[in-house]
Structures are given as C-alpha cells and as structure tokens.
Design a protein around this ligand. Structure first.
Ligand code: DP6
Length: 391
C-alpha cells in the first residue's frame, strides 16, 4: 500500500527569446534571460506520479514505460535528493527515508523531438515538491532548472521570463502574463520528417559558449533589449513587434550555431522552406501574420493569431502534402480548411515550391496554464498502469 502518492501534469514551453549558453555549467545558470510561451497541456504535456511506500525496496523511475537509471549523476536523482533534504530540514513530514517509485509519461511521441525535457523536469520538480512539502513555485522553478534549464519556465502558464540571476537562488522563472492575457494567440507546430540524431542542447550550447564570439555579443548587447521589447509587445498584444522579435531571435540563435566551431546545424531544407514561406506570407499581407521559431531541431513552431490559423494550416497542407492520403494529419484544436487559391498562386509566382512528404503531422494548440495536481484516484491508477507496462 502507498503511504503517500501525488500526480501532476506539466506543460511544454517554446522560447521566443532563446536560452543558449550557460554561465555556470553544473547549476545550469544561463548567460542571458529568455522568454517563452507555455503551451496548452491538452495537446502536449507530461504526467508524472510519485508514490512512497514502506514496501518499496529501492527508488525507481520509469519514463514512458521504460525503467531509467537513477544513479548518482542523473539529474532526476539529484533533484530527488535535493528535495528530500529540503523536506527533512524545512518540514516535519518525516518521510525522506521512504523509498519512492516515480512514473512519467508524455502525451505526445517523444521521438518527435518536441521539448519534452522541459515538461518532464518541471513535472518531476512539481510532483516531488508536493509530495515532500516544498510547494513554492519559485523554488520549484530553481529545482526544475537543475534538471534542464528550460524546464524552469514550464512551472508557469502564459508568457514567462527566466531571469538569468546571479546565483542558483536568483536564476529563476517568473510569469510575465497569464494564459488569459492574449486569448487570440495560437501555436502551430510542424513536426518535420527527420530521423537524424542531432547534437543535444547541452553539448551544443557548451560548444557555442567556448567558440562563438557572436554568442558573447548576443547575450551581452542584444538579448537584454529584446527581452524588454518583447515583454512590452506581449503586454500590449502587439503581434507585429512580437513576431518580428521572435523570428529575429530564432534566426540569431541558428546563426550562433553556424558561428560555433565546429558548426552545428539544427535547421534542414524543410525548416528553411517554412521560414521562406512565412516571410512571403507576411510580405503578401504587408504585415506579420505568422512568426516562426526553431529550437535545437528542424521542427517549426509558428505563433499565429486565431483569425489566421485556418488559412495558415490550409496553406501548410497545400505546400507540404502527405502524398498518399493527399492531406496532412492535423492534431489538436479543430481547424476549418479555407480557400487559399489566390495566396497559393501568389506564392508559386514567388518560386515557393511544394515539398510533399516532408512533414509528419501538425499540432494546432494554444497558450496554456502551468502545472496542476491531478485527483488521487487518477494517481494510483496512473502509477499501476505505467509500471505494469514494463513488468
Ligand atoms: C534551444 O533546456 O534543453 O530550446 O539546460 O542543457 O538541459 P539544458 O538545455 P535545454 O535547452 C533549450 C534550448 C532551446 C532554447 C530555449 O528553450 O530557450
């Protein structure tokens, strides 16, 4: 029988001003602030359950049904031990001696290369914190950060700033606006057909810090101003400014990757075709209708306002069709196919070509809330189902 069990769900976040580079490697203190949008958990989330029992002989951790090593060097082990120590010193729960079983599952394919580690470590910190009596979000944010830097932003909904800070306590995320502030904002994710193994974010950013002069300039002279300007754009719901800064920052992050020695390539031909398409679409309308951003991989995250989502997804399905079914799999929020004939002929005149079979699927989602606890019946069911998949 369980002595205590907690389950929670946490969101993915997509940066619009990127975190790239650590000032203190082992504590994951970044070289600059970053800003992100938190995505709705309906389409992308991690659910984690953690249970204590005197019947458990060891600490154990399953991720998507596969048991993970909880050795001393693993971030999950370090997170667990840090929270146990805090619980021992700061609460009178007296439960740090119980062994723990943790199960964590993503509601989206992990292989798709979406930001699963941010949701994963945010969820782990949130669940362990609530299990061991440490519930202040600011502290959970610093704890999640040590698992994976960008995870600290997934502790909050809406738009979020990660303050670089001076030390481990002050390097912390804070909500800029909540998820209700800009209800028209949508996020369309194009999952690119690509099976190549990329350079991981941690390795890539360490290499950039060591070799890219552009990164040093960016973090010191460019990001601080962009952070202030994009926050202002978010407060004012100014899509024009928001979109321009988002695209410029994504471009600069990938320019840093190219400036890294040896260089790193996260974008591929499909990513570049999407960038080109977005630029032409914005030109056609004479204003920003879509903002692209790319993380450490070829998948495109497109910030779009709700009145343009149907047209934009219709356009993507037109240019990146799945030839067999002659349509592309669109997941998440409903969309209505709309007439794009005029826009398509304009783009074709501008030499934008179609790239059949280059996208796996599209996710149509919105800005959402931070982590939340789930009801206890779900918790025990979750734990037993997730464990039984492997035993
Ligand atoms: C490109 O948070 O995955 O997505 O701190 O080493 O775990 P570690 O890196 P991670 O890096 C994310 C980098 C990024 C940009 C961003 O999310 O801000």
């Amino acid at each position: 029988m369980f002595y205590k069990i907690v389950t929670a769900q946490a969101p993915v976040n997509i940066a619009v001003i990127k975190y790239w580079g650590k000032a203190v490697e082992h504590l994951k203190i970044p070289i600059n602030d970053s800003i992100s949008g938190t995505l709705s958990t309906s389409e992308l989330s991690t659910t984690t359950s953690a249970a204590l029992s005197h019947e458990f002989e060891d600490d154990k951790f399953w991720l998507n049904g596969t048991e993970q090593q909880l050795d001393d060097l693993s971030p999950a082990r370090r997170l667990l031990e840090e929270i146990r120590l805090l619980s021992k010193n700061e609460t009178n729960l007296n439960i740090s001696h119980y062994k723990i079983h943790i199960v964590s599952v993503n509601n989206f394919p992990t292989a798709a290369g979406l930001a699963s580690s941010a949701a994963g470590y945010a969820c782990l910190a949130f669940v362990l914190g609530h299990l061991y009596g440490i519930t202040e979000l600011r502290r959970l944010s610093t704890l999640a950060r040590k698992g994976s830097g960008s995870a600290c932003r997934s502790l909050f909904g809406g738009f979020v700033q990660w303050h670089r800070g001076e030390d481990s306590e002050s390097s912390i995320a804070e909500q800029v606006v909540d998820e209700k502030h800009w209800p028209k904002m949508r996020v369309v994710i194009c999952v690119v057909n690509d099976s190549k193994k990329d350079v991981s974010s941690s390795i890539g950013m360490a290499r950039s810090v060591a070799t890219s002069k552009l990164l040093a300039l960016r973090s010191k002279y460019i990001v601080p101003d962009r952070v202030n300007r994009i926050k202002e754009a978010i407060f004012n719901r100014d899509f024009e400014e928001f979109a321009e800064l988002t695209m410029q920052d994504s471009n600069q992050f990938h320019a840093v990757c190219l400036d890294t020695w040896p260089p790193i390539f996260y974008l591929n031909d499909v990513s570049r075709a999407i960038i080109n398409l977005c630029s032409r679409v914005n030109d056609y309308y004479g204003k920003k209708r879509v903002a692209y951003t790319f993380d450490a991989g070829p998948n495109a995250c497109l910030y779009v306002l709700d009145d343009f989502v149907d047209t934009f997804i219709s356009l993507i399905t037109e240019f990146f069709p799945e030839p067999q079914a002659n349509k592309l799999d669109v997941r998440g929020l409903a969309y209505k196919k709309s007439n794009t004939t005029e826009l398509v002929s304009h783009l074709k005149l501008k030499n934008i070509d179609s790239l059949p079979n280059s996208l796996k699927y599209i996710i149509n989602t919105s800005i959402g809330r931070g982590p939340k606890l789930c009801e206890s019946p779900i918790a025990s069911e979750h734990l037993s189902i997730c464990k039984s998949t492997v035993s």
